[in-house]
Design a protein around this ligand. Structure first.
Ligand SMILES: [Zn+2]
Length: 123
């Protein structure tokens, strides 16, 4: 995970700790520094799940998709990715690839909707 700045305190993050308690995942930013030769550690709570973590840091990575089961979150996540995609410096080939994937997905979704509507009309 390449998150460097803590969204809570603005400090440099040494690493991100993931804790799973009772099926819930919690993320903590760990700040470690040296003071008078002693190692000091402080933790900032980032959020109960990956999604909160992503929105706060604006970092996107396939990694964070893990554990995303909530539909609303998935849609918001997709919106974030789409917004971000337009600001990324991509090679023409990459742009084509992405455009192609989006087009195919859009086609599939449209087809699904049409099929579902036909199903509904039959009932
Ligand atoms: Zn912090």
């Amino acid at each position: 995970m390449e998150i460097k700045i803590c969204p809570r305190c603005g400090g440099r993050i040494s690493w991100v700790e993931k804790r799973v308690v009772g099926g819930n995942t919690y993320f903590y930013a760990v700040h470690e520094w040296r003071e008078n030769g002693r190692r000091k550690r402080r933790k900032c709570y980032l959020g109960p799940d990956v999604y909160t973590y992503v929105t706060m840091t604006h970092e996107t990575d396939g990694l964070y998709l893990e554990g995303l089961v909530d539909r609303k979150r998935l849609i918001k996540y997709l919106e974030n990715i789409l917004a971000r995609l337009q600001h990324l410096e991509l090679e023409p080939k990459e742009k084509q690839e992405i455009a192609e994937k989006l087009r195919k997905t859009a086609e599939k979704l449209t087809k699904q909707v049409e099929e579902e509507q036909t199903e509904q009309e039959r009932k």
